[in-house]
Design a protein around this ligand. Structure first.
Ligand SMILES: C[S@@+](CC[C@H](N)C(=O)[O-])C[C@H]1O[C@@H](n2cnc3c(N)ncnc32)[C@H](O)[C@@H]1O
Length: 337
């Protein structure tokens, strides 16, 4: 659902009146419920509910503000019990923020680390951010307040409900474009030259045989000195440790309030759709496609995050020039790009 300029102006005035930080209101999401139309702010912050006089008419010409109330917004709770193969459908999209927060261990720490690594890269000119499998746009929403007016963010997604949610969220910000793109099958080349690429929990949904080609394409697209942030679910380094960590992870999900049925049905549903690899394989993949500067920045049970920087010197890059004199330590020439 789109908000027109006039609607947004009205909502911003209400935000001002209630002393809501404009940054907090990045991530507008519209909702319509009995008696009102309004915007949801980021989960955990506040929501503004606006009452209108006409029928539900967001985007229509007649839109009269009657009043507004500001309340705490709790994101809808994930109680998904999937039937059949996993899909990022409307039901999953609606509860996605809660699903991530309760299913990814140490989720806030992971997000915080991604943001801390990414924010300095936003100073690189031109600032071009590619978010592959952007879902509802949570990662983009975190970075937008730190980016300049000339920055461009491209969020790519294959799921229609996710595309709808992300498009509605950033409709007000000209720096963001959300496009349908299947990172496995889409034959189009990407006409974008990113300084920062985010692959946060998305590549694991592609068949393994496509990953080398996909990551290689991403590496080629990047600006010199550009950064890739790569977060994946993992399997353990041995069958025994994989079982140990799986047990610990399942207990963590119980502790997060998921029922046994929710846990088991989700696990079965994701089999063959979410295909994790070991930490070592993922790191090798990054080196194989040409990244020489690769490091793990986060690890918790069966989840891990890597940062990789492409060779070359970016302009005005906060990280400084690459130290070309430092040899790659752990891989032989077959892995050197
Ligand atoms: C776990 S979510 C990613 C979370 C998101 N990156 C974030 O930072 O919040 C995985 C996303 O990848 C998307 N996805 C899966 N396969 C895809 C494909 N072949 N092409 C594009 N997106 C895909 C899904 O629709 C889903 O939204």
């Amino acid at each position: 659902m789109d908000l027109n300029e006039r609607d947004l102006k009205g909502l911003r005035e209400i935000a001002d009146k209630h002393g809501i930080d404009p940054h907090e209101s990045f991530g507008y999401e519209t909702f319509v419920d009995a008696g009102g139309t309004g915007i949801l702010l980021k989960p955990g912050t506040r929501r503004i509910k606006v009452y209108e006089t006409g029928t539900q008419s967001v985007g229509a010409t007649r839109y009269d503000w009657k009043g507004a109330e500001v309340t705490e917004f709790e994101p809808p709770r994930d109680q998904t019990v999937p039937e059949g193969k996993w899909a990022f459908d409307q039901g999953v999209t609606d509860v996605f923020d809660d699903m991530l927060a309760r299913s990814i261990p140490a989720y806030d720490t992971m997000r915080d680390a991604c943001n801390r690594l990414a924010i300095p890269v936003l100073k690189q000119e031109p600032c071009r951010v590619l978010d592959l499998g952007c879902s509802r746009g949570g990662a983009i929403a975190d970075l937008l307040p730190h980016a300049g007016e000339d920055a461009l963010f491209l969020g790519l997604e294959v799921s229609e409900p996710m595309l709808g949610a992300a498009t509605a969220r950033f409709g007000h910000d000209k720096r963001v474009s959300i496009q349908k793109y299947d990172m496995v099958r889409d034959p189009r080349g990407l006409d974008f030259n990113p300084s920062l690429i985010l692959c946060v929990l998305s590549v694991m949904f592609t068949p393994i045989e496509h990953r080398l080609r996909l990551l290689s394409r991403l590496h080629d697209l990047m600006q010199p000195g550009g950064m890739l942030i790569f977060v994946e679910k993992l399997i353990g380094g041995s069958a025994r440790l994989d079982q140990t960590m799986t047990d610990a992870y399942l207990q963590l999900k119980r502790d997060q309030g998921y029922t046994e049925e929710e846990i088991q049905r989700k696990k079965c549903s994701l089999e063959g759709v979410l295909v994790p690899m070991t930490a070592t394989w993922n790191e090798e993949l990054l080196r194989l496609v040409g990244f020489r500067d690769v490091d793990c920045f986060w690890r918790y049970l069966q989840f891990g995050g890597w940062v990789a920087v492409k060779d070359g010197n970016p302009v005005d890059h906060q990280l400084g020039p690459r130290r070309a004199d430092v040899p790659s330590m752990s891989f032989g020439s077959e892995y050197d790009g």
